[in-house]
Design a protein around this ligand. Structure first.
Ligand SMILES: [Zn+2]
Length: 294
């Protein structure tokens, strides 16, 4: 078994575990969303890079969900997917580096509230190194993981300790927003969002994505309440077959009503995620001196 196959085997095992043990943040953008974001990011790339990524499109999609699955075996993994910005004074944390934060906050406390804006630059640097070494396996693995964290940074509910609406009596909002509705939208999410552009300051860019997500939270919660109270209880949920199980899930009527009222919020964050994943892949390649893969 080669590394990709071994990793795949591990993912399927972990995914099984993750389906039966729901932890914080559900599975972020869901399998569907993460796979699609990595796939569509390939189309933002210029030609030499585009063909390399296209050759590995299957692995890029399959490995896109690995970071979520890994949370169940690696303690430090969970913190990499979110940041509870409501636990900070926004003007004191925004655009900070990890080292700046460590001057006044303990590492434990930082990790407890999530580290996604600081983790993206770390994975990015690893990707630059993989490009320098022309290590194709690592380039694909790191690109797909970077794609995952960048995608998570674009989800508003990944920027709050009220990540599932559980503090405002709106439990279940997380998977409603990032999985249920995107899955219903399906191919309507396939928008061209490129071309990729060079990002020089990755730390700064990560912050701007997280802050833009955070800004959407107010509407996300408010509209959820409005739509919920505009429908009768009996209209809001239905039962759907998921694999072997019959699960209670937001009805199509409820989902589409929320989606419509959000006025493209989900598509806008989704498309921005695709563009920014492409930007970082492209930037890492540029920074490594544009290696060729012939
Ligand atoms: Zn995640």
């Amino acid at each position: 078994m080669n590394i990709i196959n071994k990793t795949k085997h591990k993912i399927y095992l972990l995914l099984f575990v993750s389906l039966v043990t729901q932890a914080r943040n559900g599975s972020s953008w869901g399998f569907f969303g993460h796979r699609k974001i990595n796939l569509l990011a390939i189309y933002t790339l210029p030609s030499p890079l585009h063909s390399f990524y296209r050759r590995h499109s299957k692995e890029l999609q399959e490995l896109a969900v690995l970071p979520d699955a890994r949370r169940y075996i690696l303690d430090e993994e969970a913190a990499r997917h979110y940041i509870d910005l409501d636990k900070y004074q926004l003007n004191q944390v925004s655009f900070s580096t990890w080292e700046q934060m460590l001057r006044h906050t303990s590492e434990d406390s930082l990790r407890k509230h999530g580290i996604v804006p600081w983790h993206i630059p770390i994975v990015y640097k690893r990707l630059v190194l993989a490009f320098i070494k022309k290590d194709s396996l690592q380039i694909i693995k790191l690109s797909s993981e970077l794609g995952h964290y960048v995608a998570d940074a674009h989800v508003p509910l990944h920027t709050s300790s009220n990540y599932d609406g559980q503090k405002t009596n709106q439990g279940g909002l997380h998977s409603f927003w990032e999985s249920r509705i995107p899955e219903l939208l399906g191919n309507k999410l396939d928008q061209f969002s490129g071309p990729a552009t060079h990002i020089i300051h990755v730390q700064e860019a990560s912050w701007s994505w997280v802050l833009a997500s955070h800004k959407q939270l107010k509407d996300l919660f408010k509209i959820a309440s409005e739509v919920s109270s505009s429908l009768k209880e009996g209209e809001k949920y239905s039962f759907e077959q998921k694999g072997q199980a019959l699960v209670k899930i937001q009805s199509i009527k409820y989902s589409l009503a929320y989606h419509k009222a959000l006025n493209n919020q989900i598509e806008t964050r989704f498309t921005a995620a695709i563009k920014h994943v492409g930007d970082l892949w492209y930037s890492a390649w540029l920074e490594a001196g544009q290696p060729s893969f012939e």
